[in-house]
Design a protein around this ligand. Sequence first.
Ligand code: NOJ
Length: 567
Amino acid sequence: MRPGTLRRWLCRLAISTLSTLLFNPITARAADADNNWWKTAVIYEIYPRSFGDANGDGIGDINGITAHLDYLKDLGVDAIWITPFFPSPLVDFGYDISDYRAIDPQFGTMADFDRLMAEATKRNIRVIADMVLNHTSDQHPWFIESKSSRTNPKADWFLWRDGKANGQPPNNWISIFGHSAWQYVDTRNQFYYHAFYKEQPDLNWGNSDVRNAMYDVLRFWMQKGVAGFRLDAVTHLFEDPALRDEPTTSGTNKFGDPNHDTIYTDNLPQVHDVLRDLRKVTDEYPGRVLIGETYLNNANDLALMYGKNNDELQLPMDLQYGFVNSFDTAKTRQLLVDAETKINGNTPLFAFDNHDNPRSTERYDQKGHADAVARLIATMLLTPKDSALLYYGQEIGMTDHLPRRKEDVQDPIGKIGWPREKGRDAERTPMQWNADNQAGFSSTKKTWLPVGSDYKTVNVASENKDPNSLLNFYKKLIQLRKSNAQLREGEFVIVDPNNPSVLSFMRRTPDGKSVLVSCNLTANAQSLAIEELANKSGEVLISSSPLQIASGQFSLPPFGSVVAQLQ
Ligand code: NOJ
């Protein structure tokens, strides 16, 4: 063969291999499924200060996360969402960012982050970064420049307004973290707006330079390999340009401020323009996901967050179903059905726990049935047609540990609001790995928050050994969610819709196969005879305690739950 012929032949072979790879329907489907990984994902939220302390300073760090990746792999999570790890004065423990393109030294270095990415990728675990778009730190160079005068190049990057006569703020808006949302700066003789702490000035999203700067930040982290972003406080990006006073309602909040509405400061229509832009930016990189921190009132509002043309967030959080905060069967069922049916076929992202709210172990009265309740919540989270958010420690049944004295409080909300508002320290205590000192979280004597007093029994090492532990229940449930076709892709069908005590639904695939899920939301045993299951028996796949299903009949113990393959 002449050299030219060989070259042509090799070239044709390369083109045909490439086109087979690109246009083969099987390969294309696999790529598609891979890019849509988030549709069925279990995403595990890590509060990095509290997960693993590799350098022994009492504060968790990135290497501490890397050290525990095998645990996360074994648990079965698809992705980790790490709350902010960027340089920050840490007034709001990272939600006040002073540099969007680096790692805070308390958490490690960029090399540590790159290693985390590489090790996570080896284990097929994706990494999701927490992006704070609404505000920066008051120590961010953008704000330092912006506040220096009314004429500097960044003068309009934040929300500056003149005060009223006699030094009063521009209007009655109050900060979510207490007191006026306006802070006076004498270099400009103006006030700036802050939806959260005064150290967290709100960016002006009406300014296209701000938008473009932030879009580039997203590109930077996607090039580093992150699989997407959890967008902090994203409904707060815009405020009423006319600065109308919020209507006040009766009473005062935990900070002693008058209660008022948020119609001029939250969820304004302009938010959707930015969400569409953000989606275009993340779509430049295949397989990335946008998750929204979206506290909303109903499923209709949630549906809007996906975009009228499904071109906004892929996973706005549903923070209703998991935050009923009482076992109200009718309400819980309604919220679940709404999320499953009123969001235009999109995927709901459910959560029962996060770093801003008391753990579900505290919010739901367990009436002496803590273990059954924890399993019930696991079942309610992991068996509907959803993506699921877990918060570190939820899988072992960690509980809240409130600071006893004001001097011990770390979270500034707790300092501002004490004693009515004790802050969020309680749900942020160190991960309980084992029964050693500091629960295996750190080698130091003093951790940034004290380890929960129950760590001798509630910890990963002891639960790993016990086949009946909550941890092993979570593992089995996550495994089942992946391996069982009905739980993986079956449609959601509500059954026994009027039962006042038990929430039941099925997951059904087109081949007629179905899985039943029943959750007893009461402290009494319940006997069921589900009409839809008449004459059916069920093979129990997982249940909070042993039981049998025959001819559609079975009993659930207090707060009991079952997942069964119907025959
Ligand atoms: C929501 C975050 O989850 C919370 O922890 C933070 O304090 C506020 N946004 C402000 O960024």
